[in-house]
Design a protein around this ligand. Sequence first.
Ligand code: DLL
Length: 432
Amino acid sequence: MAKYYQQEIETMPYPQLRELQNDRFMKQIRHVWEDVPYYRQKMIDHGVTLDDIKSIDDLHKLPFLTKADLREAYPYGLKGKPLSECVRIQSTSGTTGKRVVAFYTQHDVDLWEDCCARAIMAAGGTNEDVCQVAYGYGLFTGGPGLNGGSHRVGCLTLPMSSGNTDRQIQFMTDLGATILCCTPSYAAYLAESIQEKGMRDQIKLKAGIFGAEAWSEDMRHDIENKLGIKAYDIYGLTETSGPGVAFECEEQRGMHINEDHFIAEIIDPDTGEVLPEGSKGELVFTAITKEAFPLMRYRTRDICVLSREKCSCGRTHVRMSKPMGRSDDMLIIRGVNVFPSQIETVLMQQGYSANYQIVVDRVNNTDTFEVLVEMNPDMFSDSLAKIHEREKKVVEAMRSMLGISPKVKLVAPKSIARSEGKAVRVVDKRKI
Ligand code: DLL
């Protein structure tokens, strides 16, 4: 039995939904034109004005926004409301210390939480449930988003944040958590720890809502078996509010995009051309209800496929496949966004050359993260103790830049293979 948080909108016939999108889009483009000078200028540079946009069918005429725009406009350039009307910021980890900062009015927070509530109810959540939110809280959107959604559904919410695994398991068992929200890799780690402690029969979990990073069907089955639950995928990004942009229903054949709030397009990442339904390409979102951070045609860099095939759950909103990769070089390691350029910045600052290699793997469902760095010839004769000290210093600086710590190994000069073409900076061995 499909459960909806907002049945009318979630099951609205597509023609009606498209009409709603059109109304909201026309209102939104006016808001952006009037209140976001950065984007107005982009439109003018692109040769379009408000008069050229007559309906949602003109969406393709608008210029794209990219992460580079967000960096250039940092911090206030894309804000659509005065600060006095904004109540919240959230943020991603970004390159070279400049993060993406997204603003929210109370209305934006409300709609975001509605989206998360839809995801929780689609996973079978009700006010009888105890929902353990083990995504990070703070600037990261995972904790706050699912926390808000859980309140809306009326679940007893355990705002655990991530980490402190013993305490997670203690609350999970003592308070009878029935829904677990966290990254899939943390879910897998929790599952293993529960197994090791022999506590599987003491947990009451029935569902998990896992996202923020790529995970395979194999990983899904592994977590499901270990925890005895059904595991649901959830997708989102800080720029478009956070988790809940799309979520899985019981059918689990793609994630329904909340189309009353986001218009999705698939484009060719090289040419920018809009591709027909069913094509694999880069996902682009236009936020049609967000007030404080109303991004138009935002390039997510996530590669996926959209499908409007009828879903047995009754929801009419388009489904996106799991992201199949990215059209930029961003890595997601243990749920944290990492750009090779950040690693490079740290190394340069510490006097190393750009000869390094990032090696990522997934061992026992947990991401491993290692950075091999070539020493300069003058460092090579240093004592082992001195080399370890240098490694520690690099780890510290990377932790402070990225929010997670890699294993850093200083290697002999010229020992990292040189490439004749593009340097191979990243070796990602994860099979997902
Ligand atoms: O990861 C928001 C989120 C929190 C989503 C909790 C789901 C659950 P960012 O840190 O801005 O926001 O990272 C966004 O993460 O562009 C994707 O590349 C990736 N991503 C998010 N969800 C999924 C998923 C949050 N379900 C970036 N599968 C996105 C694969 C995902 N990748």
